[in-house]
Design a protein around this ligand. Sequence first.
Ligand code: G3I
Length: 322
Amino acid sequence: SMKIGTAVAGGGHHTDDPDSPSSTEAAAYAEVLNREFSSVSAENQMKWEYLHPERDTYAFEDGDAIASSAQQSGQVVRGHTLFWHSQNPTWLEEGDFGAEELRTILKDHIDTVVGHYRGDIQQWDVCNEIFTEEGELRENNIWLRELGPGIIADAFRWARAADPGALLFFNDYNVDGINPKSDAYYALIQELLAEGIPVDGFATQGHLSTRYGFPADLAENLQRFADLGLETAITELDVRMDLPESGRPTTEQLEKQAEYYRRVTEAAVAVDGCNSLTLWGFADSYSWVPGTFPGEGAATVMWEDFTRKPAYYAVQDALAEG
Ligand code: G3I
């Protein structure tokens, strides 16, 4: 059955961060989290810069807190992420490593991290955001730039060996519909599967904006990956909008947002093998959107005080009808 997930620890607060929410707020947050969701993703804490701050140091404390809280609450965990161009530690991005050493570093990271969480992770985002909008492999990804495209297959093999029970995914944004970027994933995954590389899933993040219109071919796109025998997932759903000067969205904006959430949920329900629908945070106070897109926001299904927007009910209704 479909897992409904959310990103947790919004803003990426370390457990000892003075900016962390008060204990009252944290308790209210946890109450909603555990009542509403059956899956969690670490918004930041399982990324390289958090887990691997120095070459010979792993820091599992914050990631472990998320995994063990999920376990106590009967939630599965999506692991995010092992191979990305962003949020890498300085020692890695600015180090002067030869190709062979870099390959060893990546293998060590995957062995150690996936091994550490063996049995605790339902789905790993192995490779995150590896293609440009034009469908070219990204030059700003250290692994692809220094080691070439063959390293993708290695990453999947190493992850499979470290935890044979975890489903291994590609994950990206702007691949909700059929376009050059999602076509590039489709071609790559076909190739990898033909070579016997253990790829289990294709995920679209679902960072949508009412400014750009709804990707009407979402279900069709997921279905073509399902037809390759893959699981699919929606991993980071939010729907941002241009905020009026008051900061408060209009009724029309909230209805439009609710429609987007409903249509994504309907597509997820409609596609066999789409068993995971994750929101990138559930309350606006924890959303990444205003920090990245000034003037936009209100992207989640709940207001800052955790009261529900029309979008919340839209997801609930679409799940009930599916
Ligand atoms: O680490 C510092 C921290 O020490 C400091 O207190 C804080 C103050 O601003 O900044 C912290 O770094 C921030 C980090 O989150 C942790 O809070 C970065 O500035 C900030 O840029 C970073 O943003 C994250 C972003 O990924 C970075 O790429 C967002 O929280 C997170 O929601 C976002 O998530 C990504 C997915 O991983 C991949 N798909 C897109 C999605 C949205 O961008």
